[in-house]
Design a protein around this ligand. Structure first.
Ligand code: NAP
Length: 207
């Protein structure tokens, strides 16, 4: 019997985390037979200069309260505690070190972000570290380089595609709704909307 641990790492800004993210993580767990999923809030997202991102601590705490009731989910501080811009390759190197050679690693995130990561530094290194799971809403045209889709290669990580209808929910829409005083109930866990209300996050438009 194999003792390999299949570990999902769910990367995202989570500003805020919502049911689309939670459903995507649960779907990845089932479809790819993962043992558990570690949510990884981004520390300092690269290329997010067009809007101010909420503090890492707020995004981390919202992710903790959103995932608290699921024993297969946990949240890591690796990225938010690391100084400088966040690069996925640094995170997965650290996850590999912490989980040991016996673990098989999967990095789960939105398909647009996967495409961006493949074009950044460290894509060749990531090919040795993990498989990517690119989450999209149904009907999205995924156009990853064929080398990535067909099974990875010396230069590109393997990319698996996963359709998640709940990803019609988006963080930017939730931020806009809060700023406009429109309802967000049923889009995200009540614990997260209570946190948003208590802290006053997103009351002013952020983009
Ligand atoms: P983004 O560009 O803000 O998001 C792109 C799309 O993917 C949005 O529709 C977003 O929806 C969705 N998305 C984001 N995270 C998701 C998740 N975990 N599951 C399902 N959909 C998701 O992406 P980002 O948040 O900045 O980056 C995502 C991840 O990629 C992070 O871990 C980030 O560090 C990494 N990344 C790394 C590099 C690099 O290493 N060079 C470059 C870019 C991104 P919502 O807005 O609703 O979440």
């Amino acid at each position: 019997m194999s003792t390999t641990v299949r570990l999902g790492v769910m990367g995202g800004t989570f500003d805020p985390v919502h049911y689309g993210h939670l459903v995507a993580a649960e779907e990845a767990l089932a479809q790819f037979h993962l043992d558990r999923v570690v949510f990884m809030p981004t520390g300092r997202p690269v290329r997010k200069t067009h809007r101010s991102v909420s503090s890492a601590e707020d995004r981390y705490l919202m992710t903790v309260v959103a995932t608290a009731s699921n024993p297969d989910f946990s949240v890591s501080r690796i990225e938010i505690d690391r100084a400088g811009d966040t690069y996925t390759v640094d995170t997965m190197l650290q996850m590999r070190k912490e989980s040991g050679e016996g673990a098989e690693l999967f990095f789960i995130t939105g398909a647009d972000a996967v495409r961006e990561i493949l074009g950044w530094r460290g894509a060749d290194r990531l090919a040795e570290l993990c498989t990517f799971i690119a989450a999209t809403r149904p009907g999205y045209e995924a156009d990853f380089p064929s080398e990535a889709v067909e099974g990875g290669g010396p230069r590109l990580p393997k990319v698996e595609h996963m359709e998640v209808p709940a990803l019609a929910i988006s963080s930017s829409d939730i931020r806009d709704r809060v700023a406009a005083g429109r309802p967000v109930r049923y889009l995200l866990p009540e614990s997260v909307s209570a946190y948003i209300e208590k802290t006053g996050l997103y009351r002013a438009p952020t983009r």
